[in-house]
Write a protein that binds this ligand. Structure first.
Ligand SMILES: *[C@@H]1O[C@H](CO)[C@@H](O)[C@H](O)[C@H]1NC(C)=O
Ligand SMILES: *[C@@H]1O[C@H](CO)[C@@H](O)[C@H](O)[C@H]1NC(C)=O
Ligand SMILES: *[C@@H]1O[C@H](CO)[C@@H](O)[C@H](O)[C@H]1NC(C)=O
Ligand SMILES: *[C@@H]1O[C@H](CO)[C@@H](O)[C@H](O)[C@H]1NC(C)=O
Ligand SMILES: *[C@@H]1O[C@H](CO)[C@@H](O)[C@H](O)[C@H]1NC(C)=O
Ligand SMILES: *[C@@H]1O[C@H](CO)[C@@H](O)[C@H](O)[C@H]1NC(C)=O
Ligand SMILES: *[C@@H]1O[C@H](CO)[C@@H](O)[C@H](O)[C@H]1NC(C)=O
Ligand SMILES: *[C@@H]1O[C@H](CO)[C@@H](O)[C@H](O)[C@H]1NC(C)=O
Ligand SMILES: *[C@@H]1O[C@H](CO)[C@@H](O)[C@H](O)[C@H]1NC(C)=O
Ligand SMILES: *[C@@H]1O[C@H](CO)[C@@H](O)[C@H](O)[C@H]1NC(C)=O
Ligand SMILES: *[C@@H]1O[C@H](CO)[C@@H](O)[C@H](O)[C@H]1NC(C)=O
Ligand SMILES: *[C@@H]1O[C@H](CO)[C@@H](O)[C@H](O)[C@H]1NC(C)=O
Length: 714
């Protein structure tokens, strides 16, 4: 959006521009009897300085015997009157002095990105000279004051008070006085009450109202229809209720309407009049009804966000008339019918389509494959069926593809087709292809750039296929909930950047391979590069989302298989590991001492195996452990009564008849109690350990939930 306000200072500043400006200044200083700012202006500025508790060196420039027009951050006009104060990002602390209101030529004041506290002086808001006032990103508190109704019209055009700690209701008198107001930005504060809306008859230039991230409530007030130049209305993340008022649809100048995460109801039926809309964001509300066919009249529309609502019905054919669409987000609604109702052929600007959790049926429409700029396509949790078309080859920029939980068939063909994509980085295709066989064709090739691959929950038979060994960019691999047989192949350690492997609930056999103890990423503390997913990945509930692969923990999940033999001593090499699940297998032997050196471990599950021997004392060194189970084994001896291990409930230990301890049924006899040599060999203060354990539980407990839930991602 072009700034449409005019500022005196922008104009006058031109006179100060390099050579001509200097010449003029010199000329003026020769001719004019005055050659400095007035003492009164200087005093006002020094009052401001005095109000700061941290001025970050401003004092060295703001010296009282010098011309204040030469001070840092100050600009004057040719009459030596201060017109601009620009001190953003200066680390200023303290309060904003009302004396700044005495600078009668001040037109622009920019104090953004500091740590200023206290209130915003009424003298500045109601100044008779200030045109642009930006105090955003500070710690200002209190409310905005009502302006005395006798106040004459003020010239303020831009008021940016966003990202502060303001509270209270918005003064209704603001509009009566601020007849020149163009932009009001009050986002990210704690304002309450009804949202302020201009009766635009008195503020005819009003163009931008940004109120998101506050606590405004009530309905969207009537009275907007006279705002004939309003371009942006943004009030997302508040507590607004009711329906979209009729006269909102009369504000035909609107280009950007953004009201996500409120409690709005009703339908979109009136939307057709807003033919200038470029961005429409009404996600996270309770809107119902369908997308009206008249949406096709919004020819300029680029972003359509209606996710997380209660909308239903088929998509209108007319959507294909919105040829400028870039983003279509309809996730988590009740839309149904065939997607092929929409001809996507003409939507050549489309980059992201997110239809997660709806009831769409039929085939994936062929016309989608003409959207050659598409980077992200998520059709998961719908009722699409059939086979993926080879034409998906056309999507040369497709990076994110999620087809989870549909009824797609022929996984071999699907993998063959998708493997050719050089752009694909994230592929979720689980909960499809039920009871098919894992493609083992070693000619499957490609996936050069694939970082995330999930083929979970398909009940696939077959083995862990060799073609996976060629996916050298792979960071996360999910193969859980299938019926894969055979062993974990030795090439696994050649996947140099893999740090999350879930093969749980299959029918894998053999020993835990030595190769797994050589996984480079698990051996080091190195983290994967932070690259965002094209779409956030949801883990079970909409509130849990992963924004990038590197946000996942380093994890190895081999549980619920038929692994036999010992837990390798070399497990001690996997220093980076945070989650280790080996439960429900047939592992035997003792718990290797080396496991105690995996000090990043937050989850350790060895339950339901055939482990014997005593509990290694040094397990108490795993200070971050928040979830621990050795239940249902054949372990013996006492459970440590101090340290980290003593903080876990009996369920962590149950089902080991030869174990004894205060938290389980089987109490230790006197002889065994004597052998409490098991307590940590290190002489660490017990209370400290408990405190750490407690803390870690809270921080890490959340992450544990995430991995458990992460199994049903979309
Ligand atoms: C300057 O501003 C202060 C605070 O607003 C006010 O008390 C004072 O009267 C003003 N001084 C002049 C000379 O205007
Ligand atoms: C204030 O300064 C900051 C930092 O330079 C800048 O981003 C912002 O646009 C300025 N505010 C106005 C209203 O020009
Ligand atoms: C405050 O808002 C104004 C008007 O939208 C804008 O020009 C300015 O850049 C914003 N300030 C900051 C620090 O972003
Ligand atoms: C509101 O101000 C914030 C900075 O505080 C800025 O990031 C945002 O772009 C502004 N919004 C508008 C609509 O000017
Ligand atoms: C719009 O302006 C007209 C003329 O000034 C006025 O009669 C009408 O009440 C206004 N409408 C609203 C909704 O404020
Ligand atoms: C919206 O505008 C139409 C004409 O353009 C007018 O008839 C109608 O009364 C207006 N509605 C509201 C609620 O202002
Ligand atoms: C969602 O819409 C259906 C009808 O389509 C309605 O029965 C239901 O009450 C709505 N739910 C909510 C939470 O608004
Ligand atoms: C697209 O717009 C044209 C012209 O307004 C119209 O004739 C056509 O029916 C629309 N297409 C659809 C699919 O609604
Ligand atoms: C979709 O639109 C394209 C271009 O307008 C056209 O060639 C094609 O026949 C249409 N497809 C269908 C199924 O209507
Ligand atoms: C689709 O694109 C074709 C070719 O660019 C054009 O002839 C046709 O009118 C467009 N259809 C719509 C509905 O915009
Ligand atoms: C799969 O989708 C169906 C609806 O199509 C839904 O009922 C089911 O809960 C989904 N399954 C999972 C595991 O999310
Ligand atoms: C493990 O193997 C036994 C037979 O040896 C079989 O009965 C059992 O179902 C297998 N368990 C799993 C999880 O594959």
């Amino acid at each position: 959006m072009q700034p449409i306000y005019f500022s005196h200072s922008m104009y006058t500043r031109k006179f100060h521009m390099p050579s001509l400006g200097l010449a003029l200044v010199l000329l003026v200083s020769l001719v004019s009897p005055i050659s400095s700012c007035t003492e009164q202006e200087k005093r006002s500025l020094l009052q401001f300085l005095a109000g700061l508790s941290q001025d970050s060196g401003l004092t060295s420039s703001w010296r009282s015997h010098t011309n204040c027009c030469t001070w840092e951050g100050i600009t004057c006009n040719q009459d030596w009157k201060v017109t601009d104060i620009s001190l953003p990002s200066r680390g200023l602390e303290g309060s904003i002095s009302p004396f700044l209101g005495n600078l009668s030529g001040l037109s622009r004041l920019n104090l953004s990105h500091n740590s200023l506290s206290g209130g915003l002086p009424l003298e500045l808001v109601s100044s008779s000279s200030i045109i642009v006032l930006d105090v955003s990103f500070n710690r200002l508190t209190g409310g905005l004051h009502e302006l005395p109704s006798s106040t004459t019209t003020r010239p303020l055009q831009v008021l940016n008070i966003s990202s502060n700690l303001f509270t209270g209701r918005f003064p209704s008198t603001l509009w009566e006085v601020m007849k020149s107001l163009v932009i009001l930005n009050a986002s990210t504060n704690s304002f309450t009450g009804q949202i302020p809306t201009a009766n635009c008859v008195s503020t005819p230039y009003f163009a931008v109202l940004e109120l998101s991230f506050n606590q405004f409530s009530g309905n969207i007030p009537h009275g907007l229809s006279n705002c004939t130049v309003l371009k942006l209305l943004s009030a997302g993340h508040n507590n607004l209720g009711g329906t979209l008022p009729e006269d909102l649809f009369n504000v035909t100048s609107l280009e950007h309407l953004s009201l996500p995460s409120n409690w709005l109801q009703g339908s979109l039926d009136g939307i057709k009049k807003l033919t200038n809309l470029v961005i429409l964001d009404l996600g996270g509300n309770f809107l119902s009804g369908n997308i009206p066919g008249s949406i096709g009249d919004l020819r300029r529309l680029e972003e359509l966000h209606l996710g997380h609502n209660n909308m239903s019905g088929e998509l209108p054919t007319a959507l294909s008339n919105c040829t400028n669409l870039v983003t279509v987000d309809l996730k988590t609604n009740m839309f149904s019918g065939e997607l092929s109702k929409v001809n996507f052929s003409n939507l050549s600007s489309l980059k992201k389509i997110d239809l997660l959790r709806n009831h769409f049926t039929g085939n994936i429409p062929d016309s989608l494959y003409s959207c050659s700029k598409l980077t992200a396509l998520r059709l998961s949790h719908n009722n699409f069926h059939g086979q993926l078309s080879e034409r998906i080859d056309n999507l040369k920029s497709l990076s994110f593809l999620s087809l989870v939980n549909n009824s797609l068939t022929d996984i071999t063909r699907t993998i063959q087709i998708l493997g050719k994509s050089r752009s694909l980085t994230t592929l979720f295709i689980g909960l499809n292809f039920l009871h098919e066989t894992m493609p083992e064709d070693d000619n499957i090739d490609g996936f050069q750039n694939l970082k995330v691959l999930s083929i979970s929950d398909c009940s696939l038979s077959g083995k862990i296929p060799h073609w996976l060994s060629k996916l050298t960019s792979l960071e996360l691999l999910f193969l859980h909930n299938n019926q894969l047989t055979g062993t974990i192949p030795d090439w696994i350690s050649s996947l140099n950047v893999l740090f999350f492997l879930d093969v749980s609930n299959n029918k894998l056999i053999g020993e835990i391979p030595a190769a797994l103890m050589e996984m480079p990423m698990l051996k080091s503390d190195k983290t994967a590069p932070k690259v965002f997913f094209e779409l956030p990945v949801y883990a079970f509930s909409p509130s849990l989302q992963y924004l990038m692969p590197s946000a996942y923990p380093k994890a190895l999940d081999l549980s619920i298989n038929n692994f036999t033999g010992l837990i390798p001593e070399n497990i001690g090499r996997l220093k980076g590991l945070t989650f280790l699940y080996l439960g429900s297998n047939k592992l035997s032997g003792e718990i290797p001492e080396a496991i105690c050196t995996l000090t990043n471990l937050q989850v350790l599950d060895l339950s339901s195996n055939h482990l014997t021997g005593t509990i290694p004392a040094a397990l108490n060194n795993l200070h971050f452990l928040s979830n621990f189970s050795i239940s249902n084994n054949d372990l013996e001896g006492p459970i440590p009564t101090t340290g980290q291990l003593s903080t876990f409930p009996s369920s962590s230990y149950d089902g080991n008849p030869k174990l004894c301890g205060p938290m389980i049924v089987n109490r230790c006899g006197s002889t065994e109690a004597g052998s409490v040599s098991i307590v940590s060999t290190k002489e660490i203060d017990t209370e400290v350990i408990i405190a750490i354990a407690f803390g870690a539980f809270f921080i890490v407990g959340v992450m544990y939930d995430q991995i458990v839930l992460a199994r049903h991602f979309g």
